[in-house]
Design a protein around this ligand. Structure first.
Ligand code: AHG
Ligand code: MN
Ligand code: MN
Length: 326
C-alpha cells in the first residue's frame, strides 16, 4: 500500500518525476483543505448545529440546507484565498463570481451533493470541476472535455477524495488523526461488465421508452434477454452512487423523464454531470445523455440540467443501442 500524501502525489502525479502545474497543485490542495473542513462539520452534525434547513431557496428553486450554504461559503473563501481562481460558479449561487483577475482557472462546484441525506446521516459529498480561464462573458460555457481537473470528496464511513487531471483516476483517504489525504487508489478502473444498476425506481412510470426497456430487461433476470440477475442500489447522493460505480462497477442513471418534459433532466451539467463524466471516462467507463457524449455538450447556461447515464462500458453500450433504435 502506497503511503503518499496528496501533496507528495502532486509533486509527481504521472510518476515521471515532473510535478503538476504549480497553480493547479495549489488549487487541488486548497480544495482538499476545504473538504477536510466540510468533512469535520459533517462528522459533528447536530453537535456543530449544522443540520436542518437554512430556510432559503437557491436559483434552481430548491430548499437550501445549512450545510449547502456552509460548504458553499467555505469553497468560495478557499477559491479567493488560493489566488489561482479567476472566477467561481456554484450550484447554490445565481451567478458566477469574479475572484482573482488574470488567474488561470475557473472553478465550478456542487458544494454539498445529496442534500436530502444530510439529516439522516447517509453519505454526501462535494463535486468540483476546473476549466481553463478564457476571456469573455461566456467563459464558463465550455464543454466538459475542456476540464483540466475534476473530482469529488465523499463524506461517508471514510472521507475519500477522488481526482483526475484527464489521465487516469486516483483516490485519497483522509486519515482522521492527522487530517492528511493519503493515496489509497491508483489508476482506478471501472469493471466493464456489471450486474448492478442505480436509478430512482419511483419515477418508472415517467421514463422514456429506452430506459424503461433497459430496466425491464434487468428486472427480468436470468430468464430474460440479458440472461443474468441484476442488483439495484439508489443512495440518492450522486457522489456516493458514482463512487460505488467507480469502485465496483455499475450503471448510474438520472435520465430525462416526463414529469417536466421541458426540463432536460434533474442533474446539473456543469457541477455534476461533467466532472463525474470525466472521472468515469478516465476510469474506462462511458457517459451519455441519451443522444450525446456528455463531455461534448456545448453548454448554453451555467445552471443547465442534463439527462445522465454513466458507468460500466458494456452496460452503457446496451443502453446506447436502445436509444439509437428508438
Ligand atoms: P443536490 O443535493 O446537490 O441537489 O443533488 C441531489 C441529486 C443527486 O445527488 C442525486 O442523485 C439526486 O439528486 C437524487 O434525486 P431523487 O431524490 O429524485 O432520487
Ligand atoms: Mn448535487
Ligand atoms: Mn448540492
Amino acid at each position: 500500500m502506497t503511503t503518499r500524501t496528496l501533496r507528495e502525489f502532486l509533486a509527481d502525479p504521472a510518476g515521471d518525476g515532473k510535478p503538476a502545474a504549480r497553480e493547479l497543485a495549489t488549487l487541488i490542495e486548497a480544495i482538499s483543505d476545504s473538504c477536510r473542513t466540510i468533512s469535520y462539520l459533517v462528522s459533528r452534525g447536530a453537535l456543530a448545529g449544522v443540520l436542518g434547513s437554512a430556510g432559503t431557496g437557491n436559483v434552481q428553486g430548491e430548499e437550501q440546507k445549512q450545510l449547502d450554504i456552509l460548504a458553499n461559503d467555505e469553497l468560495m473563501a478557499m477559491a479567493k484565498a488560493s489566488g489561482v481562481v479567476a472566477a467561481a460558479a456554484s450550484e447554490e449561487e445565481d451567478e458566477a463570481r469574479p475572484i482573482t483577475e488574470g488567474s488561470p482557472y475557473l472553478l465550478l462546484f456542487d458544494p454539498l451533493d445529496g442534500s436530502s441525506n444530510i439529516d439522516v446521516n447517509v453519505s454526501i459529498g462535494t463535486i468540483f470541476s476546473v476549466l481553463p480561464a478564457r476571456g469573455g462573458e461566456h467563459a464558463f460555457l465550455q464543454p466538459g472535455r475542456n476540464q483540466v481537473a475534476a473530482g469529488y470528496c465523499v463524506y461517508g464511513p471514510q472521507t475519500t477524495l477522488v481526482l483526475t487531471f484527464g489521465s487516469g483516476v486516483v483516490a485519497f483517504t483522509m486519515d482522521p488523526p492527522t487530517g492528511q489525504f493519503v493515496q489509497t487508489g491508483t489508476n482506478i478502473r471501472i469493471p466493464e461488465k456489471t450486474k448492478e444498476f442505480a436509478i430512482n425506481m419511483s419515477n418508472m412510470r415517467h421514463w422514456a421508452d429506452p430506459v424503461r426497456a433497459y430496466v425491464d430487461e434487468c428486472l427480468a433476470g436470468d430468464t430474460g434477454p440479458r440472461g443474468k440477475n441484476f442488483n439495484m442500489r439508489w443512495i440518492a447522493s450522486m457522489v456516493a452512487d458514482v463512487h460505488r460505480v467507480l469502485t465496483r462497477g455499475g450503471l448510474f442513471m438520472y435520465p430525462w423523464d416526463k414529469r417536466e418534459p421541458g426540463k432536460p433532466g434533474k442533474l446539473r451539467l456543469m457541477y455534476e454531470a461533467n466532472p463525474m463524466s470525466l472521472l468515469v471516462e478516465q476510469a474506462g467507463g462511458k457517459s451519455f445523455d441519451g443522444n450525446h457524449r456528455i463531455l461534448d455538450i456545448q453548454p448554453t447556461s451555467l445552471h443547465q440540467r442534463v439527462s445522465v447515464m454513466l458507468g460500466s462500458k458494456e452496460e452503457v453500450e446496451v443502453l446506447e443501442k436502445k436509444h439509437s433504435a428508438s
